[in-house]
Design a protein. Structure first.
Length: 396
């Protein structure tokens, strides 16, 4: 039997008497409905932050039409189920309503009341199913809060404790450490243990994007903003709206773009290339670097004001050579994952291979270890990986 949840049903109807009739009908239909009626689109949008599950929209309202409301709802949250209730019979209006995400279109006639009750009942069932899936997902995430962080060393346990201090807040976090230490893994852990975990996590490697494309990649652009801009493009900041953006290798960002990033951090607003319209965003910013940003400030390569802005909360990651206890744990983790993903029989390391890995200085850190293990799994002719199967990067 499907679990039942309380579902918020908002009705936008300028006829107060008819709105009351609709409200009474739905409340009689199911006592799990929380029904509110709003006489105008503006009155409804004043309460949209309450996150209704289902919205019934009168097509003809004194301040705006139903399609305009529908579009704005879907921009806010596409999961909100919407129904258009209208006396408008034009086919093109009906088609446009469905094209913009309406779940149903009901004609205002003698059958409208039972039709709306039936549609809301079906939509409520779908909403309940989605909530149940989300609840299960939350339970799984709670059980596996830090499973993505592999290791038991003092250094990595300290990192987990630092994550626990910041995961529920919106404070800007700067993750520092050598290349390959797993900075994106830590950023993921912060996001997926935060209240934003059901919203997007958008990772951007600043150093990997050409200088002439990075601004468009981050801020987006309008059609005609530059040669080759054949249409509007949403940037990474907008993609992360509601969630978290992770700016990796932020120390490589060029000075001109640093100025614009500082404004984003201060005001949570962006402007697409080719536009003058400011877009307000709600996102958390995480950043990472393998550079000494203080030194880059002295060299004139990094803005001092941005440097201090990034000092909200620092999480330094230890290099793998300082996590000796974790080397074998990580190697076995990567080996099992690779064998599972490639449907290979599970292989093991012999003592010689384990000793060799413990002696290696790991200049490439966790990334180097992962590559070594996956390579060895392919090279090994038996189920046992030996020292001879370990071909380090500098020897390839």
């Amino acid at each position: 039997m499907q679990k039942k949840y309380v579902n918020k049903v908002f009705i936008i109807e300028d006829d107060a008497i008819y709105g009351k009739i609709l409200q009474r009908k739905l409340e009689q239909e199911d006592d799990t409905y929380e029904v509110q009626v709003f006489p105008t689109g503006h009155a409804f949008f004043d309460h949209l932050h309450e996150n209704p599950d289902i919205v019934s929209i009168d097509y003809n309202l004194p301040d705006m039409n139903g399609l305009e409301i529908l579009k704005r709802i879907k921009q806010y949250n596409e999961d909100i189920a919407t129904v258009i209730l209208s006396g408008q019979e034009k086919v093109d209006v009906v088609v446009e309503a469905y094209d913009n995400g309406a779940a149903n279109y009901i004609m205002k006639n003698q059958d409208a009341l039972p039709a709306l009750a039936r549609v809301v009942r079906n939509l409520s069932s779908n909403v309940n199913l989605r909530k149940e899936v989300e609840e299960l997902r939350e339970q799984i995430l709670d059980r596996n809060k830090y499973d993505m962080i592999v290791g038991e060393s003092k250094g990595i346990l300290k990192v987990i404790r630092m994550i626990q201090k910041v995961e529920k807040s919106n404070i800007l976090v700067l993750i520092t450490g050598e290349s390959g230490t797993g900075k994106e893994v830590i950023a993921n852990a912060i996001h997926y243990n935060s209240p934003r975990r059901r919203k997007p996590f958008v990772a951007v490697n600043v150093a990997a994007i050409p200088a002439d494309l990075i601004e468009s990649e981050l801020f987006g652009h309008e059609k005609g903003a530059f040669t080759g801009a054949t249409g509007r493009r949403i940037g990474k900041f907008e993609e992360a709206n509601g969630g978290t953006i992770f700016l990796d290798e932020i120390g490589e960002m060029e000075l001109g773009l640093q100025t614009k990033l500082l404004r984003v951090l201060q005001e949570s607003k962006i402007t697409r290339l080719g536009s003058n319209k400011e877009i307000q965003l709600d996102m958390r910013v995480l950043a990472a670097t393998n550079k000494n940003l203080g030194e880059r400030v002295k060299q004139g390569l990094f803005r001092e004001d941005l440097y201090y802005r990034l000092q909200g909360f620092l999480i330094p990651l230890p290099p793998l050579r300082d996590r000796e206890h974790d080397i074998i744990i990580l190697a076995k983790h990567f080996l099992k994952a690779f064998c599972d993903q490639n449907r290979m029989p599970l292989k093991t390391f012999d003592k010689g291979a384990l000793k060799t890995m413990l002696r290696h200085p790991w200049p490439g850190n966790v990334r180097e270890l992962k590559a070594l293990v996956e390579r060895a799994a392919l090279i090994a002719d038996t189920d046992h990986i030996t020292e001879d199967d370990l071909i380090f990067s500098d020897a390839v």
